[in-house]
Design a protein around this ligand. Sequence first.
Ligand code: GTP
Ligand code: SPV
Ligand code: MN
Length: 587
Amino acid sequence: MNVHVKHAKANEWINQMIELANPAKVILIDGSETQREMLIKEAVTAGELHELNQEILPGCYLRRSDPSDVARVENRTFICTEEKSEAGPTNNWAYAPEMYDKLHQLFAGSMTGKTMYIIPYMMGPYGSPFSKIGFELTDSRYVVLSMLIMARCGQKVLDELGEEGEFVKGLHSVGTLNPEERYICHFPEDKAIYSFNSEYGGNVLQGKKCFSLRIASVIARDEMWLAEHMLILAIKKPDGQKTYVAAAFPSACGKTNLAMLVPPKKFLDEGYEVTTLGDDIAWLRKAPDGRLYAINPEFGFFGVAPGTSAKSNFNALESTKKGTIFTNVALNTDDNTVWWESLTKIPPENALDWKGNPWTDKENVKGAHPNSRFTAPAENCPCLDEDFNSPTGVPISAIIFGGRRAKLMPLVIESFDWNHGVFLGSSMGSETTAATTGKVGVTRRDPMAMLPFCGYNISDYFSHWIDMGEFLGDKAPKIYNVNWFRTDDDGSFMWPGFGENFRVLKWILARTEGEASGVECEIGIIPEEIDFDGLDITPEVKAELFEVNRELWEAEIEEIESFYGKLDYVPEALAKEFEALKKRVRG
Ligand code: GTP
Ligand code: SPV
Ligand code: MN
């Protein structure tokens, strides 16, 4: 078995991997429609994909994954380096030479009798200085078909790579799906990724979290840019002027929803418009004009299905109407379409749940897995921004951090300056969700929403953020923190969220233009006035959305103290910010 690409180093490595995994057949993914259709046909015949109603959902398929393989596995995800200090205390570290030995044993013969697909893929637009190339060698047709949606793949990528270009190496094998022996390994020093015994999204679609965050964050540190877990959106004002914003929220905390939001009717009538550039990952670089520009390295959306409806996220739902792979949602057997919680008020009469069992006990059993997903081409999105494929990216005026905080965090605050903003990001807490295995609803520190995705020592990552502020100087974006998830004493959300979040964006927009006023408080700058016009909320709720409770902040300070205490070091600029916060809260 032998494969030839016109890049000596890539060629050599690919053939080494073929020798190791020993597939019966090797196919190079060329990005052609003919090849994609052939793979879909094979996947349907093999029972790997279920063909949905092609009249209602053309080109759409349902995939049921193994019930033990439905989310990212943080405890099986490793950063493998020579020195432990390079990975730092927030990552699972493995000594690179030992992990290579282990992986080479696991992968030896792992594709015997199977086909190896070689996917050349590019993260970022064609012809862009931001873009980077990788290869994923996999024995999963589902991974190939998903990668064809999520990244730019095929011959065009090989053309951009040329004979000398740099590339990230990636190997994936489904193995036996044994969760105990599941390995998601990153070797930042060699720019290599190995995934074994999983077939779920963020574990195996290597272009996404593995490359675009864990490996790219290391490259970004070395090259003085940022690789972040951020959506990118544009707000167009009635006068036609556009402003771009990037926002980092932890997994399943509202990035896709904010990226695609539909402003309330009043603002649409006034002529405001929101368009989407990305819903999960941003690469940000200082451009020749001195400002911070962002691109979305991805080509599709791997979005959370439950909660997505025509009302909550019209644009995301529209994006899933063709050419989409649904994973672990319910099957409506009346018309052979899909269903998930909140898609409609009333579930379908006859359905199979996400495991493929007749869904009879609708009271107690969920139809879709809470982390069920759609893999949809970005080009389907009705509000996709005209600059989605722009090689230069878009200039970012504001960076927003946020998370799920039932109490504590106000609806929105602005940081006093860049370093204070970095402090807000570094000390962020959020309640855990179903996007990763483990307990849901526990508050944990998730700095910049990057806890599971930073490929190196988090202290160095904080320093890098501080350095970026200096590098950008007075052209640095303003930094904010938002919280859509504050609850009342009954546990109900106090803020309507979704499209109404536009009101917060509008305040942020006005602030970046120096047009809105704010009031300094202990934790940051709070809006003097937000446009709540037409919104049915009581003055008490409004007040509570911005309340800063000193007792809760005292407890928060303890938690930050304990988190900072576990780090190798806290950059001086952040230690200073933390001291200043303590003084303001206690003062
Ligand atoms: P990942 O793809 O895991 O990175 O998630 P994400 O950050 O893109 O989250 P997403 O937008 O998919 O939202 C996740 C969940 O949060 C869904 O169930 C949404 O319905 C819910 N959600 C999103 N925005 C809001 C909001 O403004 N308010 C409330 N209450 N819930 C929201
Ligand atoms: C997330 O968990 O942040 C996701 C889904 O976007 S995954 O691809 O699994 O990372
Ligand atoms: Mn994500």
